[in-house]
Design a protein around this ligand. Structure first.
Ligand SMILES: NC(=O)c1ccc[n+]([C@@H]2O[C@H](COP(=O)([O-])OP(=O)(O)OC[C@H]3O[C@@H](n4cnc5c(N)ncnc54)[C@H](O)[C@@H]3O)[C@@H](O)[C@H]2O)c1
Ligand SMILES: [Zn+2]
Ligand SMILES: [Zn+2]
Length: 385
């Protein structure tokens, strides 16, 4: 089958001869992919920043498709169903899944102490092949895959596998209260969705920070956020204090993660010398520009072993830090309703639709932010025409 194939940092290609996945466990399903996105998280893999990303692996944790085959123990979905598949692989039965922490499943990635299994996200996240392929094996198929409601656009459905729940959870974890000023760092798909969802919780003002003009413009139109380019602000923290009566924002959201720009010291130690797990510049800014007693919500991805962050300021300002991978399954019922009622327009984020054979160009475009790219959908041959 056709599948994205990782060859090493900055090198991916379309492999036409990857063996088709098979049922390995009675609770597995095989899904024929009809749409698969590239995520900012895939860029951390593509740039070689995620430990144990093995050559030959297939990325892709945001996909929808048709159930092609099911194991003897699968009862919740049937062959022919159109499903959306959450990016987390969850058993549904462990103590963490039972609490709704579907991103922290204890069974799907037993070698790890922190993260649960994720499709196509290195052996650190379980070593599962992902959905940037014609077919994908879906473990625990009674738990994750969700039948796409009749009438829902598959472009909306594919963004419900990650972007929408992650953006929503960023706002939810931030504990936004009526009248709050919210600052979102990062105007990628996740930051834009977080800014959009911040209004649902009662925000009075939503500021978004990035250094890519077209993304700031997009965020302004799509999420009605106040955009600022950090390159023209000088001292970002000082600017944010000044614009909030010198108190700081009520809430800051880090939707950038470990490849943040904006600090030479962070970039050299984190992204060039790998003395820390990437650059934590946006998180620094978030901690330093939130008000005393405020909340910092982190959905940007950071990995092992650790990052240098101003923990003293967290303590002395009395901050609450909340963070996680999104718990997609927990949020799906509410978010499907938001989409059906027209309160959210996920597909509005899609700027590019690229044949899966051209996956290498697609990564290059998304990584270098060419052509006003916000979100790319890869289309396998069977889903085109
Ligand atoms: N927690 C989760 O469940 C989850 C799910 C999906 C994605 N993520 C993570 O969320 C982050 C964003 O994902 P995305 O798809 O939007 O990625 P993206 O690469 O499209 O967007 C990141 C944006 O951050 C901007 N940026 C860089 N440095 C910055 C800084 N110092 N301040 C403000 N903005 C800065 C970039 O210019 C870019 O526009 C990534 O780290 C990704 O891994 C987490
Ligand atoms: Zn993703
Ligand atoms: Zn579990």
């Amino acid at each position: 089958m056709l599948a994205m194939n990782y060859r090493g940092p900055f090198r991916v290609r379309a492999d036409k001869n990857k063996p088709q996945p098979e049922i390995l466990h009675p609770e597995d399903a095989i899904v024929r992919v009809t749409r698969s996105c590239i995520c900012g998280s895939d860029l951390h893999l593509y740039h070689g920043l995620v430990p144990d990303t093995r050559v030959g692996s297939t990325f892709g944790h945001e996909f929808v498709g048709v159930v092609e085959e099911i194991g003897s123990g699968v009862t919740n979905i049937k062959v022919g169903d159109n499903v959306l598949v959450p990016f987390n692989i969850s058993c549904g039965k462990c103590a963490f899944c039972k609490q709704g922490l579907f991103g922290n499943c204890h069974e799907s990635n037993p070698e790890a102490t922190a993260i649960g299994g994720i499709f196509g996200y290195s052996h650190t996240a379980g070593g599962y092949d992902g959905g940037q392929a014609e077919y994908v094996r879906v473990p625990y198929a009674n738990v994750g895959p969700t039948v796409i409601p009749a009438g829902m656009d598959p472009d909306d459905a594919v963004l419900l596998t990650d972007v929408v729940p992650t953006g929503y959870q960023a706002a939810e974890m931030a504990g936004i209260k009526e009248g709050d000023t919210v600052v979102v760092f990062g105007a990628g798909p996740i930051g834009i969705m977080a800014a959009k969802c911040a209004w649902f919780f009662g925000a009075a003002r939503v500021i978004i920070i990035d250094h890519i003009e077209y993304r700031l413009e997009f965020a302004k139109n799509y999420a009605k956020a106040e955009p600022y380019n950090f390159k023209s602000l000088g001292d970002v923290v000082l600017f944010l204090k000044k614009t909030t009566d010198w108190l700081g924002a009520d809430v800051c959201i880090d939707a950038v993660g470990c490849e943040a720009a904006g600090s030479t010291a962070q970039t050299i130690t984190g992204r060039k010398l790998l003395l820390q797990a990437g650059s934590a510049t946006a998180l620094h800014w978030a901690i330093n520009s939130v008000k005393k007693g405020g909340i910092v919500s982190i959905v940007g991805v950071y990995g092992p072993t650790g990052n240098i962050i101003p923990i003293g300021n967290v303590v002395n300002k009395g901050l609450t830090i909340r963070a996680n991978q999104a718990s997609v399954k927990r949020l799906l019922p509410r978010l499907i309703e938001h989409v059906q009622q027209g309160r959210l327009d996920p597909k509005g984020l899609i700027t590019h639709r690229i044949p899966m054979e051209e996956v290498s160009d697609a990564y290059h475009i998304f990584s270098t932010k060419l052509d006003s790219c916000i979100k790319i959908v890869l289309m396998p041959p069977s889903a085109r025409n």
